[in-house]
Design a protein around this ligand. Structure first.
Ligand SMILES: *Cc1c(COP(=O)(O)O)cnc(C)c1O
Length: 222
């Protein structure tokens, strides 16, 4: 069952939650169908797919990189991306900063934090992340705008587990917001929630939900 953008947004029950329409694997015609419903923020999880689609589709689309990003692929998205949700290592942050500087850009980035117990491979653990941030190096990464955090809950049907993980991410955000980023108004986004759990994510303080299946239908792969 596919839903229109208005149907999904009217279910948010709260103002100020942004919708990222996750268009990975979907062809440009499908993206244009959703674009014509007024949607302008689209999310992709592969660098070259984002690059190709950005080159083919209208310029007023904001392309968000939401998937794991290898350092050697950063160059493909630098000219096109409006936000990277998936900064999951110090080395990746340094590389994004370096290429953004070469391109004369400042790129809003979210720090991906591992909140799911097992299955997730990517994301910072909170303690080492906090230690790195406390070192202050991030302040020298002038071409990154530290804009908040992102996380993915466990892929389980037990919504109590999912809710607990979202609550954990919000707690991580609050801790960073009140310490390291106390003087950084741009640090304000909590990207959490997908097709199966976005209503819980919003209840737990999400400011950006990333929804694919509900908008585009099932994907055949990844
Ligand atoms: C695919 C994907 C989504 C969207 O998943 P759906 O269940 O189709 O809504 C959200 N976030 C990330 C990081 C993804 O890779």
């Amino acid at each position: 069952m596919m839903h229109t953008i208005d149907e999904i947004k009217s279910g948010f029950g709260k103002k100020g939650v942004q919708l990222v329409a996750v268009s990975k694997t979907k062809p440009v015609q499908e993206i244009m169908r959703v674009y014509r419903q007024g949607q302008r923020i689209f999310g992709e999880n592969r660098a070259q797919e984002l690059e190709r689609k950005a080159q083919q589709l209208p310029e007023d689309i904001e392309w968000h990189m939401i998937g794991h990003l290898q350092r050697n692929k950063v160059k493909h998205i630098i000219p096109h991306t409006a936000m990277i949700h998936s900064v999951d290592s110090i080395r990746l942050a340094r590389e994004v900063n370096k290429l953004a500087r070469q391109a004369g850009r400042s790129i809003p980035c979210l720090l991906q934090i591992r909140i799911a117990r097992e299955e997730s491979k990517y994301g910072f653990d909170f303690q080492p992340l906090k230690e790195w941030l406390d070192s202050g190096e991030w302040k020298d990464l002038d071409n990154i705008i530290f804009a908040g955090v992102m996380g993915m809950a466990s892929f389980v049907s037990d919504m109590d587990v999912v809710r607990r993980e979202f609550r954990l991410l919000k707690t991580c955000f609050d801790k960073l917001k009140s310490s390291v980023f106390a003087d950084a108004p741009a640090f304000r986004e909590v990207s959490m929630g997908m097709s199966g759990d976005y209503l819980i994510a919003i209840e737990e303080g999400s400011t950006m939900v990333r929804i694919g299946t509900l908008i585009f239908g099932e994907r055949s792969s990844y």
